[in-house]
Each structure stands twice: as structure tokens, then as C-alpha cells.
Design a protein around this ligand. Structure first.
Ligand SMILES: Cc1cc2nc3c(=O)[nH]c(=O)nc-3n(C[C@H](O)[C@H](O)[C@H](O)COP(=O)(O)OP(=O)(O)OC[C@H]3O[C@@H](n4cnc5c(N)ncnc54)[C@H](O)[C@@H]3O)c2cc1C
Length: 363
């Protein structure tokens, strides 16, 4: 390992760590800096839902990033296990999405992308899962998968170490870092999640990027076997008697990373209406995380204009896990000055807002 890294990454969440893993694979000396424990912020708090996708038929660059994740998570998971012996909990458990009348266009989006799905009768849905209230038209999505965030992060951290990445937890990078001369790397990635402006503020503020709190409860009790999605609410069965119910969307909470009794009670009531057997469940744990919002749900991935050696990767909002592989591949292409495999301009720092269209997945 060189004295100074080829690439210094600010932020050791799923975005920073996945970038580190892919960059190290290219033979670069990589260092990751995080002000706390690695992978303990939004990335740890998430539900790990991986919707299906197909990059070859994606309608937008964002769908393409999601599709790369859907396509490559099985291979990355197997690779991490082989390198580290650690299971990241990846499972293609399938899902049922309940569509509201306003979501009538969504099945056409899935069909155009080549995503497998099946419209279920109410009786068929009830045969598959112990459902109570049916909050919409049920659609089976066999390609829906999940990963267990803390397990995936643990495996990523170990795999980064195996690939020679140097990890610096508890190291806060100050706002003037890029103007100083005492930290030297050839290239930089800023992946500081909701806190990105604290690092980038002087150089290239991204006013749309900021925290959007999400709360989750972990229930112990018999439940569904597939992921159940109702708009922005969902149940994720973990397969060991535990079920996640999420999540809230609270930009007004700012950087306050706390749960509230009312939100957790509301999530538990939602879970019990959807799967009545959860009335016997106990709340094992509840937590909150700060998603990096971007205003329009699209991440910012690209170099700082005029400072091409600094690439930003932030604002992944509700989808940082599913977008992590595509993001790391795009960041690698940008830093190595290769033709990007995703239309990179769509995520550039000076990008216009994306065209308004219904998204294929909301949870
Ligand atoms: C409740 C909830 C449910 C979610 N469910 C899903 C889901 O099912 N599927 C999905 O794909 N996504 C989901 N998400 C979204 C996903 O978790 C995020 O988009 C993703 O974790 C963002 O990753 P990140 O690495 O950008 O941010 P983070 O994980 O927040 O990492 C940023 C890191 O930067 C560090 N940092 C900040 N400032 C500095 C500094 N000055 N110096 C050094 N380090 C610094 C922080 O300590 C932190 O570790 C969910 C999020 C939440 C909160």
C-alpha cells in the first residue's frame, strides 16, 4: 500500500464502501474515512429491499442503476461470501406489491422493463400469505429480493480489508479538507450521505441534499414469507421469526435521529392490519436513520465542475442499497476516465431535475 492512497473516500456507508470495493478491484490503493463507526448510519438502518430490474430495458438512467443492482447483487453476495466467509443475507424471497387506483400505470412500466410479475386474485393472494386487510390490487413480483443491511456492511468491510483498502473509522473530514495540503490523494470520492454539505459546503454546495428521517420497527412473531409493499410502507420478513415494518419519511426532523412513539405505533398498526397474526408479535427493536434526500429522489453522482479529481456520490434517498452497485461502477468509470456504463450526465452535479414520471417502485 502506497503512503498516500490513489483514492480517498469520505464516508463509509454503503455507497463509500461499495465504491472502495470496486476501485480496489481495479488495483487502486483506496482509503475510506468515516467520522463514526463504518456503516452505522443510514446504510445500517435501511430495510434492504432490492426490487427487480433489468438494465437492458431500463426506461431511465435511474432504472438502469436499479437494474444493475438487481442483476448483480447475487454475484456480489457470492463473491463477498467467498472472500470473507460472511453471509450478507441476500435472498430472492419475492414480493407482493399492492397497487392503489392511482398506480394504474405501474404494471405497464414493469412490463416495458421486462420485469416478471403476476396480477393475483384476492383469493390467490390470501393463499400465498396470511393477509388481513387488502390495501390495493395485489401483484406478485417473484424477482424481489432482500439483503440484511448490517450483515451486508460487515461483509463489505471485511472484503474491503481483504482487497487492501485502509479503513479509518472515527476520522472526521473537515470542510476545508480539499483546500489543505496535509491530506493528499490523487482522487477523492465524497459519499457522506445526509452530511455531504458539511464536507462539500465550501466547494460545491448541493442545497437539495439533506436528511430525511425514516423509522423502522423490528417485530418478533409469525408473519409473511414475501416482502409486502403498500406505497411507501412495507413488511420485510427476515426468515428467522423477525419482520421489519417500515418506514416513515420525515424531512422535518432534520438531523434528529430518534424514534417517536406515535410513528412506531402507527407502523405496528399498519403491520397488524396487513398480517393479523402480527397482533401477537412483540416489538423487538425500533430505530431511525437519516436518508440522504436529494429533492427529486435521484442521486448526485459526478465530478465537481473544474475539480474533476473529486467525484461526489450522494443523495440516494430511499434506494441507496439497490443503487449501490451501479453507483460504484459509475464512480469507477468516472475516476478511471472510461466510458460510463450508465448515462452519467443524468446524475451530474449540475443536472436539470429529472423528467417527472411515475416510478416503478416506491418503497
Ligand atoms: C428506514 C430506512 C429504510 C431504508 N430502506 C431501504 C431499502 O429497503 N432499500 C434501499 O435500497 N435503500 C433503503 N434505504 C436508503 C438507504 O439506506 C440509503 O440511501 C443509503 O444507506 C445511503 O448510503 P450512504 O452511504 O450515502 O449514506 P450513509 O450510510 O449515511 O453513510 C454516510 C457516511 O458518511 C459519514 N460522514 C458524514 N460526514 C462525515 C465527515 N465529515 N467525515 C467523515 N465521514 C463522514 C457518516 O458517518 C456515514 O457513515 C433506507 C433508509 C432508511 C433510513
Amino acid at each position: 500500500m502506497a503512503q498516500y492512497p490513489d483514492v480517498a473516500i469520505v464516508g463509509g456507508g454503503i455507497i463509500g464502501l461499495t465504491c472502495a470495493y470496486y476501485l480496489a478491484h481495479e488495483g487502486l490503493a483506496v482509503a475510506v474515512y468515516d467520522r463514526g463507526e463504518l456503516g452505522r448510519e443510514a446504510s445500517w438502518a435501511g430495510a434492504g429491499i432490492l426490487p427487480p430490474g433489468n438494465p437492458a430495458q431500463a426506461a431511465s438512467p435511474l432504472d438502469c442503476l436499479r437494474g444493475l443492482g438487481a442483476q448483480q447483487f447475487p454475484r456480489l453476495s457470492a463473491e463477498l461470501q467467498e472472500l470473507t466467509g460472511l453471509d450478507n443475507g441476500y435472498r430472492r424471497c419475492g414480493g407482493i406489491e399492492f397497487l392503489a387506483p392511482g398506480d394504474a400505470d405501474v404494471p405497464a412500466l414493469w412490463a416495458a422493463e421486462g420485469i416478471a410479475f403476476e396480477r393475483l386474485s384476492l383469493a390467490a393472494a390470501r393463499q400465498l400469505e396470511p393477509l388481513g386487510e387488502l390495501p390495493g390490487e395485489p401483484y406478485l413480483l417473484p424477482g424481489c429480493a432482500q439483503v440484511r443491511n448490517p450483515w451486508h456492511l460487515r461483509a463489505l468491510i471485511a472484503a474491503c480489508q481483504r482487497r487492501g483498502v485502509t479503513l479509518h473509522p472515527h476520522t472526521t473530514i473537515p470542510a476545508d479538507w480539499f483546500e489543505r495540503r496535509d491530506f493528499v490523494a490523487g482522487r477523492y470520492v465524497v459519499a457522506a450521505g445526509a452530511w455531504t454539505n458539511e464536507v462539500l459546503g465550501r466547494l460545491w454546495p448541493l442545497p437539495a441534499v439533506g436528511p430525511v428521517r425514516g423509522q423502522i420497527a423490528l417485530l418478533r412473531g409469525s408473519s409473511c414469507s414475501r416482502i409486502l409493499m403498500v406505497g411507501k410502507r412495507y413488511l420485510v420478513p427476515r426468515g428467522d421469526g423477525l419482520t421489519l415494518v417500515g418506514s416513515t419519511e420525515e424531512p422535518e426532523a432534520g438531523f434528529v435521529k430518534e424514534t417517536t412513539h406515535s410513528a412506531i405505533a402507527e407502523l405496528v398498526a399498519f403491520a397488524q392490519r396487513l398480517v393479523p397474526s402480527l397482533k401477537q408479535a412483540t416489538v423487538e427493536q425500533a430505530w431511525a436513520g437519516l436518508r440522504p434526500g436529494s429533492g427529486d429522489g435521484w442521486p448526485y453522482i459526478g465530478p465537481i465542475p473544474g475539480r474533476e479529481s473529486i467525484v461526489v456520490a450522494t443523495g440516494h434517498f430511499r434506494a441507496g442499497v439497490q443503487l449501490s452497485i451501479g453507483t460504484a461502477q459509475l464512480v469507477t468509470d468516472l475516476l478511471l476516465q472510461r466510458p460510463p456504463r450508465v448515462a452519467g450526465d443524468a446524475f451530474a452535479l449540475m443536472r436539470p431535475p429529472p423528467e417527472a414520471r411515475q416510478s416503478a417502485f416506491r418503497s
